[in-house]
Design a protein around this ligand. Structure first.
Ligand code: NAD
Length: 345
């Protein structure tokens, strides 16, 4: 991995890095990533109480602030050299199809964070966009053509969540065009791994499937309910690849204010994902299908031509290996919760 680290070669170790959404899955992992590289002035911010953060990194300033409030953004960005905005009201399909208004309201976070990062004199700003920003008309078939960056327009993003991302991307682009703030915009495709949501309604497919397999084994009821017909397809990127990609995209001069895919290009059906989790769990389950459950688009994949061309890099950890690590962590949480220990789901 060492050759791919960029922040260390560009920043001083005591430059301040601010991470919004640091109580969540990717923000928490990013906080740890920078801390492990020796950065000494990291400010982690999330609206959740600290007791609900997935990771609290010792030596990092951890603040509980609602970043949809402009003055909280000012406090968060004070002294920042780089700002990473991972904060958003989001979840898996069950959440984003049901709570479109909450998803749209995340526009306040990005708008205020950008303005305050700019006023604080930050050098760079990172925005976590999503593949949900792509035109949904291009995603009606499980054997979908992989999405290129230009496929976001003409715009027909996913309702709620996707439109918020597309609009916020545009705000990032204009802060560069009009005010010279270097912004980076990555369109994530399904990120998964340990220290993320695995229960409670906001979890995404890889975590939900691992949990269901673990529950089935534990209860002895060897069945699994799958949302939709299981033929819907996606690609999945392990968290460590995502962190490396964020670092590379943020520090590339050729990618300023330029949306870019950050995801795996290995297309996988949900049925195949279940088979992987079954293999890891050493079990075969009877499958039932909830055809009324929220499933999102029929198929979605990342075209990685652009990232390979510009950065000579793309995510690499095989899904089976990433799922093994995720399954092991969720199993630990599951056992811990059953034993009465406090866990964060
Ligand atoms: P997450 O839900 O684990 O983390 C988001 C965090 O933002 C949460 O801890 C939440 O409390 C915090 N937050 C929400 N509103 C806030 C507010 N007003 N002020 C401060 N904090 C607030 O999600 P994640 O998977 O870590 O996603 C991080 C970013 O990446 C989000 O912008 C998300 O839209 C984007 N993204 C993620 C995926 C994925 O597969 N995980 C895919 C595409 C895009």
């Amino acid at each position: 991995m060492a050759d791919n680290l960029k922040a260390v070669s560009i920043l001083n170790k005591d430059d301040q890095i601010v991470i919004g959404g640091a109580g969540g899955f990717i923000g928490g992992a990013l906080t740890r990533y920078f801390h492990e590289q020796g950065f000494t002035d990291i400010r982690a911010v999330d609206k959740k109480p600290l007791s609900q953060w997935y990771q609290i990194v010792p030596g990092v300033e951890s603040l509980c602030l609602d970043l949809s409030d402009r003055w909280n953004c000012r406090r968060a960005c004070e002294g920042a050299v780089e700002v990473y905005n991972l904060a958003a009201d989001m979840g898996g399909m069950g959440f984003i199809e049901r709570f479109r208004i909450e998803c749209l309201r995340s526009v306040l976070i990005n708008t205020h964070m950008l303005e305050e990062a700019y006023l604080a004199g930050a050098r760079r700003y990172f925005f976590s966009s999503s593949a949900c920003a792509y035109n949904t008309d291009l995603q009606k078939d499980p054997n979908v053509r992989a999405l290129r960056e230009s496929d976001a327009y003409p715009a027909m993003a996913e309702r709620g969540y996707g439109w918020e991302k597309l609009f916020s991307e545009m705000v990032c682009r204009e802060y560069w065009a009009e005010r010279g703030l270097k912004t980076a915009i990555a369109r994530f495709h399904n990120v998964y791994g340990p220290y993320g949501t695995w229960d409670g309604g906001r979890e995404k497919a890889p975590a939900a499937i691992c949990r269901k397999v673990i529950e089935a084994k534990d209860s002895g009821n060897l069945e699994i309910e799958i949302w939709g017909d299981g033929h819907q397809t996606r690609s999945f990127m392990y968290i460590d690849d995502c962190l490396e990609g964020i670092d590379q995209i943020m520090h590339c001069e050729d990618l300023i204010a330029t949306p870019i895919n950050l995801g795996s290009d290995v297309l996988m059906s949900i049925n195949d994902l279940v088979s992987i989790a079954e293999r890891i769990g050493g079990v075969t389950l009877k499958r039932t299908y909830d055809l009324d459950a929220p499933t999102g688009v029929a198929g979605r994949n990342s075209d990685n031509t652009f990232i390979k061309k510009i950065l000579g890099w793309a995510p690499s950890l095989p899904l089976e290996e990433g799922m093994k690590r995720t399954y092991a962590w969720i199993e630990q949480q599951y056992i811990g919760r059953k034993a009465g220990r406090r866990t964060v789901s």
